[in-house]
Design a protein around this ligand. Sequence first.
Ligand code: URA
Length: 238
Amino acid sequence: MKTATERRELLKGLYAEVRDCTRCPLHHTRTQAVFGAGNADAELMFIGEAPGASEDRMGLPFVGAAGKLLDRLLEEIGLNRKDVWIGNVLRCRPPDNRDPQPREIAACQDYLFEQVRLIEPVVICTLGNFSTKLLRADTTGISRLHGREEVRVIGFRAVRLYPLYHPAAALYTPSMLETLRTDFQRIPELLAQGPPEQPQLEEDELPDLDELEFEDSEQSDGVTSGDRPEPAPQLGLF
Ligand code: URA
């Protein structure tokens, strides 16, 4: 088990990599990458779809109307953003808020899996279709899956995966909002169950932390991530 400080330091290294990412064409149109934010030691993670215009501008996930609803739902179960981690399938805004494309998802997914590995959550709530399909590696849609938890191995970590409707969809459909609210009420119970049994990995299957690319990696301009100033807004939240 890593300490909260170790997790935070490793996340900062990963953040330095994401900030300069050019793995897909979205880097041409983004204002900034949105890494994700919250508690590096969180037991609960929420994974949405992709940054929108407000997120792209502010560098933080879920800061628009859907984010306000997420805040309200968290408050109703006695939690707030400082208790959880909030991220997305994509770290860069698709132009005109179009759907993420398969090659963008493929290019970005390792960052998400790495966040899961570093944070070691107990429960991951996928918000909407894109994160649900990605983390279940399956095309079943959210309307069939919402509110049904299951144990899934994400990267090297077994978690309680709990698909929920996306707050942006629930904003304009009162019946969906009620369902989302009802599903949300079960989150404390899932957290109380604690982590599921972890997969037993052989020695040679375990990732070697020293070999992870993001640790003080050499950037394309020859500057190491350790030399770069920390842009304040995103790091302030973890
Ligand atoms: N804001 C995000 O950060 N992600 C979404 O999926 C929607 C809004």
